[in-house]
Write a protein that binds this ligand. Structure first.
Ligand code: KG4
Ligand code: ZN
Length: 338
């Protein structure tokens, strides 16, 4: 079945048409259009919700048009529409949801609302080397850091969340403090490659909690960096690289140690790493190293599938559309927890 997926929860306006094979739970991406607002928000050092909504409003229709035309389908040729319903910025979500409702009503197509995090988790099914279900999923993005037990399509159970900042936020806030451009994760990644990760001993959040707990915390780490910079100023050259590498190591260590612990508790055999921060080179390497040691098969979707896109929303909606679900009176739900 052909499904149009629409994403507008944060700072990407994205649309994609996929061909979903319900029997195999596999999809082929027919088109994948992403307009990013990164440049729009860069000078503010973070996403400005009002600007995001306005830009979505301007971009949504052209992005959908392009997704349909490059897939070679018309609205009439679709079997359903899936749209991100939450979590996210309310004004941004409203644009996508209202557009999807209009398109579905006008073309007489079924519509389903998708949880953005379920989208990130199921993006892995779009990989050539897609994992079988069940799998343990670690979503690490600018807004979320959560562990899930993905048992089956539509059966996703939360295991742990960040209690404060998301991992991406920890990267972005550190980058801002160090005078690097927004979004800063990729800049810290790049600088850290030439640095010594053991140069500074940064704290691992919740280290003293019970060994069974699966939550995360990055606010102490962020404060430790702030205190360091207040005392010594922003370093340059090798010292900056060392600082970036040590800070990045604290995040990657916390993420991978919790994820491997969760896999042990669940007796999981597969792990999927997804969300924008899954593009981080050290996180990918450390996750691979620790999964191999623990006998876990690790799936690392391509970076394009890790950042916000419409195809992941289409996949997460397709399995419900295939079961005949249709939600005509869909409402945005900015605080929707998975
Ligand atoms: O999933 P995503 O595109 O958007 C959200 O839903 O949040 O994730 C964006 C986040 C940003 O915080 C960005 O700094 C981070 O992903 N990011 C990285 C890297 N590339 C993107 N963080 C660390 N290392 C990277 N290479
Ligand atoms: Zn996202």
């Amino acid at each position: 079945m052909r499904v149009l997926g629409l994403e507008s929860s944060c700072d990407e306006t994205a649309a994609s048409v996929i061909d979903w094979d319900a029997a195999r739970a596999r999809a082929r991406v027919l088109s994948d259009v992403v307009h990013t607002q990164a440049a729009l928000h860069a000078r503010f050092g973070g996403v400005v919700p009002e600007l995001a909504s306005r830009d979505h409003l301007q971009r949504a229709l052209p992005v959908v048009d392009e997704a349909l035309s490059s897939a070679g389908v018309t609205l009439a040729g679709l079997d359903g529409i899936a749209v991100t319903r939450g979590p996210g910025l309310v004004g941004a979500l409203l644009v996508g949801v209202q557009l999807a409702r209009g398109l579905a009503l006008g073309a007489g197509k079924p519509l389903v609302g998708v949880n953005h995090l379920e989208g990130h988790l199921l993006a892995a099914l779009l990989s050539e080397n897609a994992p079988q279900l069940p799998f343990l999923g670690l979503v690490v993005s600018g807004g979320h850091t959560s562990l899930y037990d993905v048992r089956a399509l539509g059966d996703v159970r939360p295991l742990g969340h960040t209690l404060d900042d998301a991992a991406g936020e920890a990267f972005d806030k550190a980058a801002k403090l160090l005078g690097l451009p927004y979004p800063g994760g990729a800049h810290i990644d790049r600088l850290a490659k030439g640095g010594d990760a053991s140069a500074h001993a940064f704290p691992r959040g919740l280290a003293r909690r019970a060994r069974t707990q699966l939550d995360f915390s990055f606010s102490g780490l962020k404060t430790a960096l702030l205190v360091h910079v207040q005392a010594h100023g922003v370093p340059e050259g090798q010292a900056l690289a060392d600082l970036c590498a040590s800070y990045q190591e604290a995040i990657c260590d916390a993420l991978t140690s919790r994820a491997v612990r969760a896999a042990g508790q669940l007796r999981a055999s597969r792990m999927v790493l997804c969300g924008g921060v899954a593009a981080n080179s050290r996180l990918r390497a450390l996750a691979q190293e620790r999964c191999t040691r623990a006998g876990l098969e690790l799936f690392l979707p391509a970076p394009k599938l890790c950042t916000d896109n419409g195809a992941m929303i289409a996949v997460a909606g397709a399995h419900r559309l295939a079961r005949g679900v249709s939600e005509t009176h869909l409402l945005a739900d900015p605080g929707w927890r998975l």
